[in-house]
Design a protein. Structure first.
Length: 328
């Protein structure tokens, strides 16, 4: 019996599109009519009519099937045929095992026929979204990230990428596929993973969002790289020694600081420091016996205005904050 698991509609789409359906047919015992099969189409003998003499089962890329002898229909569907998920449902049903849609999708993933990389689609957080807490996730894309020239072009080494758990996701599917991905960590007792975020590498990707997060993640509640500032020995000692934390805008700014040996650095996911982020900075200073926040935002007018606002917000909380010239 397959494990129960919920899939977002975008994940179901990825499972259908990326399934190794030829291997699936072999393992399900669908006999091929070899003479009629081509590179993109499969003809075989119906798994629902074992006595048929002429192959009536047809499947074509990306895994769309129809059984002309039985007109088999998956549970809950009004039309016969369907995709790979419906095929798993119908064949299991013929064997006396009823699988719901998500159970059939789980069966495909667990069997290695398809993948569902992302626990939820990645996207920009909706305007006005009021997530009160970002919960840890159980997926670690850092294990799949590889080097990319975009990091070297920015002067960011492989060592810094390893420290920040960032790199290029060279995947065929998924909302962060073919993007420059940064892992966002949190701290409860030990380090947790809160989300991954991906930077577009093509104009087409950028049109769908320059930066994308998993749905439900609220960046205004977190500070990027705070996990390293609190848990990495070198970063902790640097914060204690300088009695300061550096605040920048984004992940690449953090990477440039780390590359320069500055590890007591966090980012606010853009040129705006939220109240929750300011409170988190204040608590971190107290925890590490530090006194000041040095704010480095972009030189342009909007960046300088945001820097002034961030300094004021911190000062309103009793934090010694200093606006500095941009790192860029």
């Amino acid at each position: 019996m397959t494990n129960k698991r919920f899939f977002h509609p975008d994940q179901l789409t990825a499972i259908r599109a990326g399934c190794n359906w030829r291997k699936l047919l072999d393992d399900l015992g669908v006999r091929a009519d070899v003479g009629r099969c081509t590179g993109t189409e499969f003809w075989g003998y119906s798994p629902f009519n074992p006595d048929e003499k002429t192959a009536s089962f047809h499947m074509k890329a990306p895994g769309i099937w129809y059984d002309w002898s039985s007109h088999a229909t998956a549970p809950g569907r009004s039309k016969p045929g369907g995709g790979v998920i419906e095929l798993v449902q119908v064949i299991h049903g013929a064997r006396g095992q009823i699988l719901k849609l998500n159970e059939a999708a789980s069966w495909l993933v667990e069997g290695g026929y398809a993948h569902a990389d992302d626990p939820a689609p990645a996207c920009e957080p909706a305007s006005g979204e009021a997530t009160k807490e970002n919960l840890p996730i159980d997926i670690d894309l850092a294990l799949r990230l590889v080097e990319h020239t975009a990091f070297a072009e920015r002067g960011i080494s492989a060592e810094t990428c390893a420290y920040l758990r960032c790199g290029y996701l060279d995947a065929a599917r998924g909302m962060l596929a073919k993007r420059l991905v940064f892992q966002v960590g949190g701290v409860s007792v030990d380090r947790t993973i809160l989300t991954h975020m991906g930077r577009a590498t093509t104009p087409e990707q950028e049109a769908r969002g320059k930066w994308r997060f998993y749905r439900g993640f609220n960046p205004s509640l977190e500070l990027y790289n705070l996990d390293n500032v609190l848990l990495n020995n070198e970063a902790v000692l640097q914060t204690i020694a300088t009695k300061a934390i550096v605040l920048v805008e984004g992940a690449f700014d953090v990477a440039k600081c780390v590359e320069a040996g500055i590890k007591n650095v966090v980012a606010s996911f853009g040129a705006r420091l939220s109240e929750a982020q300011a409170e988190k900075l204040k608590g971190t200073l107290a925890q590490l016996n530090a006194k000041e926040v040095h704010v480095f935002y972009d030189r342009h007018t909007a960046g300088q205005k945001a820097m002034t606002d961030a300094v004021q917000r911190l000062q309103d909380l009793g934090v010694a904050a200093i606006g500095e010239k941009s790192l860029r």
